[in-house]
Unconditional design. Structure first.
Length: 160
């Protein structure tokens, strides 16, 4: 099979195997886009190569996933991994605001806040006041979770 690539994206071809142990050809590409005028995607000038091992934020794979290995042997659907920063809509430091992502029919909305933490108080715990910020990285490190005072990790978000 000959691959004709009329895009700026760098392809990688390899063999995969399905659930019935049938071999088939796979072509993987990685594309980077910029958001123009807060709405439209344009192809980024700098395109990076495919990722051959998982890459994480933080040291030694302790943070959230930044880039997933592009050569997963079986992947029945496409991944959409968004690396984003939410900026205050008023362009001044705010405690919280709503953000969203739309990718085709998929729509996700959520609220971002500035940093805050649980502190031990007499009789229990108390959530600190939210620190106003201009931007928040959309990553698991910025979300609820993490480790508690005993060192136990939160089940759904161990790096938060």
């Amino acid at each position: 099979m000959e691959l004709v690539n009329n895009t700026p994206f760098v392809p990688l071809q390899y063999e995969s195997i399905d659930k019935q142990l049938n071999l088939f050809g796979t072509t993987a590409i990685r594309g980077a886009f910029d958001i123009a005028h807060e709405k439209h995607l344009t192809i980024a000038k700098n395109q990076e190569s495919l990722v051959l091992i998982d890459e994480y934020f933080g040291e030694g794979g302790t943070g959230s996933l930044r880039y997933q290995n592009s050569t997963v042997p079986y992947k029945p659907r496409t991944d959409l991994l968004i690396e984003a920063t939410a900026y205050s809509p008023s362009r001044i430091a705010c405690k919280a605001w709503e953000v969203g992502v739309v990718a085709g029919p998929i729509k996700k909305r959520f609220q971002v806040t500035g940093p805050r933490e649980w502190t031990r108080r007499l009789g229990g715990f108390r959530l600190s006041e939210i620190e106003p910020v201009m931007s928040v990285d959309i990553r698991y490190e910025s979300a609820f979770g993490g480790k508690d005072s005993t060192g136990q990790s939160h089940l759904h978000n161990p790096v938060g």
